[in-house]
Design a protein around this ligand. Sequence first.
Ligand SMILES: [Zn+2]
Length: 461
Amino acid sequence: MQVPLLRLQCGVNSYDWGKVGPESAAARYAATTATPDFSIDAEKPYAELWMGTHPSLPSKDLETQRTLLDMVQDNQALMSTEVSQRYENKLPFLFKVLSIRKALSIQAHPNKKLAQRLHARDPQNYPDDNHKPEMTIAITPFEGLCGFRPLQEVSHFLNAVAPLRQLVGEQAAAQFESAVKGSEDSEDVAVVQRNKDALRAVFTALMNASPESIETAAKELVAAAEGSPATFATSATTPETNPSDPAKLAAIAVRLNNQFPNDIGLFVFFFLNFVELAPGEAMFLKADDIHAYISGDIIECMASSDNVVRAGFTPKFKDVDTLTEMLTYSYAPIEAQKLEPTDYPYAVLNVPAYSSASSCMLYDPPIEEFSVVKTDLYRTGAKATFDGLAGPSIVICTGGSGKITVGHKTEEIREGYVFFVGATAECAIENTGTKPDEENAFTTFKAFCDLTGKEDMVNGH
Ligand SMILES: [Zn+2]
């Protein structure tokens, strides 16, 4: 039987928000395995490298030029029969590298039930009937908007930022303030629900503002941000905002408006948490969580789906009614959105790895479709050996150089190389770089699906 290690050829798409030319990690990675006619155009944006079987941009086996979808459908053992059956012979997850130069649309991804409804009603704008929980891990410093701010912050901005209050309307703003005042931190289920309803009402009022009023308000807001950033500052009686530095906050508002002039997204910014991730930090977005990415290179993993409900920062189809209706309206500080990695217990580090503080960290969101392990090996000869899994994996290298071994097959792996590793196969990666430890990092991300121990989720609880 063939060794289940396939080097993949992965495509990159060119959305307008992507980083330009070789600045884009997605483009550089794609170039290492691209078709012979691919070369990086210095003027062109490159947004997303796709690794998986999704039909919009399917990966191929480099050697045979067959699609990965073809390969796993031909040989169910590559994904395990359990995973193959459960996911109709497709990879359960879609693994991506995103290189973000300017804000992506403000969006949320529908849960399974809603996805089925939207797809049935409007298959052109909602191409899948699947849900799309997604996880982001920063490769370079990342900025984004994610989930609703704590309610005190929303109240503060409604007070401090006059153009925002105008857009929302005095009545909606006042109703929100009186509904949540004093109960912002309550954990009582009924109170939290009442607060979410109040947040839904005021946010829906904002999202339904007329284009003319948005334009007027945006001009006022930018004038204030450029003229007196102190407008956004908090006082002794108001909570810290995020970011807390009013000048930084004003600068972000100005930058967003330069990217998308007079867009409702500029005002949505005051409702959502501003999240910064350092390399290696991660966040997880459940179905129906609102978010917008702003800048950075990231690894993204999601259930295999392409369903997006958009409502701002985009020239694409917007569906404000669906978005305002579907959102969870969970409000929490940014710490609650971040996902802490833990030590991955199913890999063994050798002595050079262990003694150079190399690591295997697991990012394990509460869903069945995927988890990701980040491995940093710092010393020449440092090696991590992964136990076989009851499902498929995809490995990408984001820095350094090494080799990857499955059975009797060993291949070179360096920045941008992508491999598929079949179910049950033990897999080893080893650093072959020759620089001093501190400059010798060999970094890989491995996305995988293993349903073992996830019976609860599989059964839908
Ligand atoms: Zn998204």
